[in-house]
Design a protein around this ligand. Structure first.
Ligand SMILES: [Zn+2]
Length: 308
């Protein structure tokens, strides 16, 4: 299938070096009450995306959807000005960010909203999504809520209709099997699912290997989050974990991304920037023993395979 960017369709082989889980323009302040989580400056974002381009980056997925401060008009300007191919999302994030209509509507009605975005464009524009994301469950609560299950069911209906891949928020893989169960029993192939936030906690490696056995893509993200206590697996350990997953036979399911969603991680605010993965994490992979051909699969092959 084609890949829908904010500037129109491209072939999967045109994606090149791709980061599948990022946020370019976003607002996650609803839950954190923190200026740091508001990334709404188009002019700043435009300069930041240039650094990604200069480091060899070609395609970036902004998973900021409904409830996460999505700005598709801004993304279109940035894509046009930088030459980076930007893909935007349709979907719903954490339950605390759901608009009121999510509670009122059925899974079929919610699916229709995503399908309408796909057919006609998002937010009154003709800009269409290339992925269903960032579909979330909460961490530390033990089960999926009924509203979350309804949203995952709606996403599955929309996936079947559109063929778009699904990318989730699943901290440390805690409810991964529940997410996968709702999606697959409603017809989503495992090869169209990325379970996000799996490289964050060294205590749960066994769980991640079991998730890999289901055939889904593994989102190894939060790369560059050196100072966040809640990201317990730091980057050198993350690079070793990637090598372990490869040794276990899961090379073709691993995706790597930064998930940059803090103002203070932007270079403009003296942070690491979107080029950190290519400039600093790739060398860590090499040190960990991941070969150049395997790194190429992570950066280019696997994102492309998601659209096979
Ligand atoms: Zn994210």
């Amino acid at each position: 299938m084609k890949v829908m960017t904010v500037l129109g369709e491209i072939a999967p082989e045109e994606m090149g070096v791709t980061q599948l889980h990022e946020h370019i323009l976003a607002n996650a302040d609803y839950s954190h009450n923190d200026f740091n989580f508001v990334m709404d400056e188009v002019d700043v974002a435009l300069e930041e995306i240039k650094y990604f381009r200069q480091a060899g980056g070609q395609t970036m997925f902004d998973l900021s959807c409904t409830g996460l401060g999505q700005d598709v008009r801004g993304l279109k300007m940035i894509a046009a000005a930088t030459g980076v191919q930007i893909v935007t999302a349709t979907g719903f994030y954490r339950e605390c960010s759901y608009p009121d209509y999510v509670r009122r509507e059925t899974a079929e009605q919610l699916a229709q909203r995503m399908i309408n975005d796909y057919r006609h464009g998002i937010d009154g524009t003709d800009i269409k999504p290339g992925i269903l994301a960032e579909i979330a469950t909460e961490y530390g609560v033990g089960s999926m809520s009924p509203e979350e299950e309804k949203v995952f069911t709606a996403v599955a209906y929309a996936q079947r209709e559109t063929g778009l891949p699904v990318s989730t928020h699943c901290w440390a893989g805690e409810l991964a099997f529940e997410q996968i169960a709702v999606l697959t029993r409603n017809g989503v192939p495992p090869g169209k699912i990325i379970i996000g936030h799996l490289g964050v906690d060294p205590e749960v490696k066994d769980r991640i290997f079991k998730i890999a056995e289901t055939g889904v893509f593994l989102g190894i993200d939060c790369i560059g989050y050196a100072y966040e206590a809640w990201v317990k697996m730091k980057d050198p350990a993350k690079a070793v974990f990637v090598r372990e997953l490869i040794q276990a036979g899961f090379l073709h399911q691993i995706t790597i991304s930064q998930d940059l969603i803090r103002k203070l991680y932007l270079k403009h605010y003296h942070g690491i920037g979107y080029d950190y993965l290519l400039r600093h994490f790739v060398p860590m992979l090499e040190t960990a023993g991941v070969t150049p051909a395997e790194i190429d699969t992570l950066l280019r092959g696997n994102p492309q395979a998601l659209f096979a």
